[in-house]
Design a protein around this ligand. Structure first.
Ligand code: NAD
Length: 501
């Protein structure tokens, strides 16, 4: 394995100020400890919010294209350090190196997007009903944006939020997952380099990092000076965060659990479908919010498809994610393995036939949890299929009609991503229509995972309803002011009201 000290060194990270007790970074590759870090306390969160708030007061007045220049410089740092940061992502989260590098590429892409956006941030002009009047919408910075992120995308989620938040004129506080603190420290170090190159109009305190557990996240959530909480993680976390934010009527962007499905229709190109299924279901060892978890296969193609999947599942390269040919790395920890086994037991109890799913022991890695991804043929969409298990389990159910398949797709509490494989235009358009998939992401002839940054990312129902990344997601990081300007010499009232004084 690569040496953690070397990788951190390459990234210019000095861990000295972070060292201490309370947060332990492990590598899921071997299960060994990478670093012991000091857990920050809620009181320190409050101090950091105060600094972020005063930084915001200055940053909001820096012209947006100049703010974009900071994000451009950060993108340059990422380009220059892509290999080392990608390696660190792999070492701390366990995803294969190609996906670690891909995650950094996603950060670079959102920086590019945000730089362009910094010369846009468009408002509207609106026709006024009154003569000599003009109406318009202006978009203004919001304040301190609090980002809470999950272990499985330890760096990209922050970048999706932060790149937009910075060009929109906000300061950003980040509470990363306690399972992936080193990647966050490294990203923060790269951002500080960009800040140094940017010059003196970037205020001190613009980007704050909090290394701590969920209590620190909760402290940020409860702090009335934090204008927006953007939280990515489990639905359980989202419920806790949403109800606390509701108490103070704070804005939220919630990106929570998914339970994503694919429909394989009679006319599907099975070659393409097989590749999409395998990548979506076993990529990141099934630990993506968009991982494929439910597969609905038409009766007429079931016997052609499912045996092929079993064959491929039987030969998947499982192992050290830093090695070139590996396709499936480890689960994040023992808890994830236990949850996977529990779900497989429930699936069996509910009539499922399980293929794979067992642990793969690695020499000298007793604390690492490698598994054979599981295929589970289910008689119907039973109870267990309504839950997201964050592991590589793919449930397969037969269907007879498209209506039935769409109903199955929509019958779970989550609503993140979905897809259909079909070459039948009517089926494709029905799936995308108002009576089709109820998810935030609906795809045709590609899998449910691996979104591009140009589109708005997020999902419905228990996935939380938030949108991040491309399209007009930037509006979530700004406040809208409606302005009416009277350039006439009289004062007509709206709705024709007469009010003589
Ligand atoms: P998690 O919910 O355990 O933790 C996520 C983050 O929330 C961590 O930083 C944690 O410290 C913090 N947190 C937990 N409870 C909190 C509370 N009460 N108040 C404030 N902060 C709190 O999630 P995880 O295991 O790290 O990640 C896996 C989950 O994240 C899966 O459900 C996955 O689907 C979801 N996820 C969703 C998306 C998306 O965009 N929809 C993306 C990635 C991951």
């Amino acid at each position: 394995m690569h040496n953690i000290a070397d990788v951190l060194n390459k990234l210019g990270v000095d861990l000295t100020p972070y060292k201490g007790d309370g947060i332990i970074s492990h590598t899921p590759i071997t299960g060994t400890v990478l670093a012991n870090l000091r857990a920050e306390q809620p009181a320190q969160v409050a101090e950091k919010v105060a600094r972020a708030q005063s930084a915001f007061a200055q940053w909001r007045n820096v012209p947006a294209p100049r703010r974009g220049e900071l994000v451009r410089l950060f993108g340059e740092e990422l380009r220059a350090n892509k290999d080392a940061l990608g390696q660190l992502v792999t070492m701390e989260s366990g995803k294969i190196l190609q996906e670690g590098l891909g995650e950094v590429q996603e950060m670079i892409d959102i920086c590019d997007f945000a730089v362009g956006l910094s010369r846009q941030l468009y408002g509207l002009t609106i026709a006024s009903e009154r003569p000599g009047h003009r109406m318009m919408e202006s978009w203004h910075p919001l304040g301190v944006v609090g980002v809470i992120s999950a272990f499985n995308f330890p760096v990209a989620v922050w970048a999706w939020n932060a790149a937009l938040a910075f060009v929109c004129g906000n300061s950003v506080m980040w509470k990363p997952s306690e399972k992936t603190p080193l990647t966050a420290i490294a990203v923060h170090a790269l951002f500080v380099k960009a800040l140094t190159r940017f010059g003196s109009d970037a205020p001190e305190g613009l980007a704050q990092l909090v290394i701590g557990d969920s209590a620190c996240g909760a402290a940020m959530v409860d702090d009335a000076r934090v204008a927006l909480i953007s939280a990515t993680g489990s639905t359980k976390m989202g419920r806790a965060v949403a109800s606390r934010c509701a108490q103070r009527l704070a804005r939220t962007i919630l990106e929570l659990g998914g339970n994503n499905a694919m429909i394989v229709a009679p006319s599907a190109d099975l070659e393409m479908a097989v590749r999409a299924i395998v990548f979506s279901a076993v990529g990141t060892a099934g630990q993506r919010c968009t991982s494929l978890r439910r597969l609905f296969v038409h009766d007429s193609v079931y016997d052609a498809l499912v045996p092929r999947l079993k064959k491929i599942y039987g030969t998947l390269a499982i192992g050290n994610p830093l090695e070139k040919n590996t396709l499936v790395g480890p689960l994040i920890d023992a808890q994830a393995f236990a949850a996977m086994q529990q779900s497989l037991t429930s699936a069996r109890d509910e009539g499922g036939k399980v293929f794979g799913g067992e642990r793969q022991q690695m020499t000298d890695c007793s604390d690492a949890y490698y598994v054979h991804p599981a295929l589970v043929e289910m008689p119907t969409q039973s109870q267990i299929m309504h839950h997201e298990t964050f592991a590589p389990i793919l449930y397969i159910v037969r269907y007879q009609t498209l209506e039935q398949a769409i109903n199955l797709n929509n019958a779970v509490p989550q609503g993140l991503s979905s897809s259909i494989f079909t070459t039948d235009l009517r089926e494709a358009e029905t799936f995308l229509s108002a009576s089709g998939s109820d998810c935030g992401i609906a795809n045709v002839n590609i899998g449910p995972s691996g979104a591009e940054i140009g589109g708005a990312f997020g999902g419905e129902k228990e996935t939380g309803g938030g949108r991040e990344s491309g399209s007009d997601a930037w509006k979530g990081y700004m406040r809208r002011a409606t302005n009416t300007i009277n350039y006439s010499a009289s004062l007509p009232l709206a709705q024709g009201i007469s009010f003589t004084i």
